[in-house]
Design a protein around this ligand. Structure first.
Ligand SMILES: *[C@@H]1O[C@H](CO)[C@@H](O)[C@H](O)[C@H]1NC(C)=O
Ligand SMILES: *[C@@H]1O[C@H](CO)[C@@H](O)[C@H](O)[C@H]1NC(C)=O
Ligand SMILES: *[C@@H]1O[C@H](CO)[C@@H](O)[C@H](O)[C@H]1NC(C)=O
Ligand SMILES: *[C@@H]1O[C@H](CO)[C@@H](O)[C@H](O)[C@H]1NC(C)=O
Length: 364
């Protein structure tokens, strides 16, 4: 498995239509016959060379320097390239972004693009952005991300209904989040370690050193716990289950991790969305952990490093006590895009305004 993965890393970039030839035909043959024509040709060929260079820069370093080079050359309406991305498969995408057998995924629909950008800046600051795979939940997101950052977005058909996908508590939101365990299971089946993040998160340090040992599933608690909590699955809370967050998980491609994903999918089917319950995918994840706990090696990450929004944004005592220990901040325990953005702003975690040039996507 491991050797396999290391071979897979050496993949070529994904196929990208190159609409412009890189080596313009030499004007030399006609040039010496007519000096004026030669000058004109020289100008044209210089322009072509420059244009080609811009394209190469855009393809190889889509966001170094000018983040818009790629999109401004082939972006607008970029029909033929867009069509290619429709056929781009999860296995091709994982092979392209996977490094050291690891893929970092998020699942994003259009309304979340500003959050994606904000999260990406924080991931790029820790040097892990090249491993990021954006699972686009609509075609607009697939095209927009890939125009700016070719190969880093994939859509696993069928695309959910975009209109309803983002209303928290709605059936559309439930359908949308229900896709998550299936995406993760698919990536595990391909043999990769996978880290999943919601995009209303910000990395303030590198999380990878915290993924210690060889456990199957790593996760964080959404309920306040003592600072010295153990790393096992915590005891069930009020509703008879735990409050583990489905917002950030790290999985190794083991039978144990696959079992948890399969159980999560089953639990979602058994407890479908209803108007009265208005559930999301998190209870099902917690039941899946509860029911597989004796067969799977589970690992609860330290809460001081991976706090919920309930702690980080609401409890100053706790923040003081854990100063310097934070790694990924989750902007939950609040709903609504505007409120989330405002809160990130207030805590200096809304990076897109001042540091957009650090995002592999640039301004979207
Ligand atoms: C891959 O792993 C090695 C050894 O753990 C590490 O030094 C290197 O930085 C990793 N590369 C990436 C791209 O994460
Ligand atoms: C959610 O999924 C169910 C079952 O697949 C489907 O019947 C329903 O139309 C979907 N609803 C929305 C709003 O996407
Ligand atoms: C699973 O949930 C049940 C019901 O709340 C509880 O009695 C049991 O201890 C839980 N198992 C684990 C491993 O947490
Ligand atoms: C805030 O954090 C402190 C220190 O961890 C804890 O003792 C206290 O109960 C928390 N307050 C609330 C309202 O959760």
């Amino acid at each position: 498995m491991t050797t396999n993965l290391h071979q897979r890393q050496q993949q070529q970039p994904p196929p990208l239509a190159d609409p412009y030839p890189l080596s313009p035909r030499s004007p030399a043959a006609t040039a010496h016959q007519n000096p004026a024509a030669a000058a004109a040709l020289f100008k044209r060929s210089t322009l072509l060379v420059l244009l080609s260079l811009l394209i190469i820069l855009g393809v190889l370093f889509p966001y170094s320097g000018n983040p818009n080079i790629f999109s401004s050359v082939v972006g607008r309406g970029g029909g033929s390239t867009d069509l290619k991305w429709r056929e781009y498969t999860l296995s091709e995408a994982a092979a392209f972004v996977g490094k050291n057998g690891t893929v970092i995924v998020c699942a994003v629909s259009q309304p979340y693009l500003p959050f994606l950008n904000n999260w990406l800046i924080s991931v790029a600051r820790r040097g892990h952005h090249e491993k990021v795979l954006v699972i686009a939940e609509d075609y607009a997101t697939l095209y927009r991300v890939n125009r700016k950052w070719p190969g880093h977005a994939v859509l696993v058909p069928p695309a959910p209904d975009a209109q309803t996908a983002h209303k928290f508590g709605s059936q559309g939101f439930f359908n949308f989040t229900s896709r998550r365990p299936r995406h993760l299971l698919n990536i595990l089946e391909l043999g990769y370690n996978v880290m999943y993040n919601d995009v209303d998160m910000v990395w303030v340090a590198d999380p990878f050193p915290y993924l210690k040992g060889n456990h199957d599933v790593y996760f964080t608690d959404d309920m306040a716990a003592p600072l010295d909590h153990p790393h096992a699955l915590p005891p069930p809370g009020k509703k008879g289950r735990t409050y583990i967050c489905s917002c950030m998980v790290f999985l190794r491609p083991t039978d144990g991790a696959k079992l948890v994903m399969k159980k999560w999918i089953e639990e979602l089917k058994d407890q479908p969305w209803s108007k009265t319950k208005k559930s999301n995918d998190q209870p099902a994840f917690n039941w899946a952990l509860n029911k597989t706990a004796d067969q799977v090696d589970l690992y609860l990450l330290p809460q001081a490093a991976f706090p919920s929004g309930g702690l980080y944004f609401k409890n100053q005592t706790w923040v003081q006590e854990t100063k310097g220990m934070h790694v990924i901040i989750h902007n939950n325990y609040i709903t609504g895009f505007e409120k989330k953005i405002k809160r990130f702003h207030e805590f200096g975690l809304w990076l897109v305004d001042d540091y957009i040039n650090e995002s592999p996507l640039g301004r979207l």
